[in-house]
Design a protein around this ligand. Structure first.
Ligand code: PMT
Length: 317
């Protein structure tokens, strides 16, 4: 039997998305074409985990650990490198710039001033917001430049519909488009036709569910949706012995350009950039960690260089 077309499978097998995909598709296309016409490279970053409902009137769902830090930090370094960025991220996951203060309790930072002769004022205790002056400068520069488009997903179905729309939006950009797929996407789902409508009752005893495999989007992305783009996937493992082999297997299967391989315990300090011909280890030393250097800065420096070489290579062919 012929393999189902992944785009049809997304539309037929998954619950309807809970986000306005058509509006997002129009916004992504206008953004991508606008920046492309100004000779700017565009990167689509996916970031955060996905939520997989176990009931259609959802009380319970399957989720994962991803905080979105990798994607949010990477977005800042891509913006610094001059890219226009579509930031396709999980609702309430970490966001560029504000990510640094995600754990801040604002009620402890803000101070209420009650001058006797005027209206109450709110001031911030600057010492509790490290680096805030630089962050505000970078943030307002980025906003003025119009180079960041933010699109949110929540469920796995939202993510898949939006990724398809993003790929279509970027397909006319050829090799100047980059896909940087840092999201941790569920491998399992319950098809729309099989999902229970109401809350699963605990009185029915232990729960047994059979979930189907989510189609890997890398395959149609590279083959059909944006075949000229520069595509980077990520590979997360917990066992370092199998990491590089799994990254190489992904490259051989999907035939894209780069896998960034990371291990759960060390993902903030070490990654390996794996291509068809080489493996480049990137690390943060203790000294660098103390001075606030982030691994994403090194990843983006490496990848933007490779993107240039890729564009030059495709132009020469
Ligand atoms: O968000 P943080 O807390 O900072 O964590 C960052 C991270 C560890 C999540 C990130 O660095 C990372 O490794 N993300 C990929 C996790 C992973 O191993 O994904 P995967 O093996 O399930 O998928 C491989 C690649 O295919 C990924 O690039 C994924 O985005 C993509 N994929 C996955 C499933 C699917 N249906 N379609 C896809 O395209």
């Amino acid at each position: 039997m012929a393999e189902p077309n992944p785009a049809d499978q997304i539309r037929q097998d998954f619950a309807p998305p809970q986000v306005p995909v058509e509006d997002a598709a129009r916004a992504m296309e206008a953004f991508a074409l606008g920046h492309h016409s100004e000779a700017r490279r565009v990167v689509l970053i996916t970031s955060g985990g996905t939520k997989v409902p176990l009931e259609s009137r959802t009380v319970r769902f399957l989720d994962n650990f991803s905080s979105g830090r990798r994607g949010a930090a990477s977005a800042e370094y891509f913006l610094q490198a001059g890219y226009a960025v579509i930031f396709l991220h999980r609702h309430r996951s970490l966001y560029p710039y504000s990510r640094r203060y995600a754990a801040t309790n604002w009620l402890d930072v803000l101070r209420l001033q009650l001058p006797g002769d005027g209206a109450p004022r709110v001031e911030a205790e600057q010492s509790r917001l490290p680096g805030i002056v630089q962050v505000l400068q970078d943030y307002s520069r980025m906003k003025e430049s119009g180079r960041l488009l933010s699109i949110e997903f929540n469920t796995l179905s939202d993510y898949l519909h939006l990724l398809l729309a993003a790929a279509q939006a970027l397909s006319r950009l050829g090799s100047s488009a980059m896909f940087y797929l840092a999201a941790a996407v569920s491998d399992f789902y319950i098809p729309a036709s099989e999902i229970p409508e109401h809350k699963i009752q605990s009185s029915s005893g232990p729960l047994q569910i059979t979930m189907k495999m989510v189609p890997k989007m890398l395959s149609p992305l590279v083959k059909d949706w944006a075949p000229k783009a520069f595509v980077i996937s990520f590979k997360l493992e917990t066992d370092k012995e199998i990491l590089i082999e799994r990254a190489r297997k992904a490259l051989a299967t999907y035939r894209h350009q780069v896998v960034v391989a990371n291990i759960l315990d060390t993902l903030r300090g070490h990654v390996v950039v794996v291509t068809g011909t080489e493996e480049t280890k990137l690390s943060i030393s203790d000294e660098e960690e103390r001075s606030g250097v982030e691994i994403e800065e090194k990843i983006i420096k490496d990848l933007t260089l490779r993107h240039t070489q890729f564009m030059e290579g495709t132009a020469a062919n």
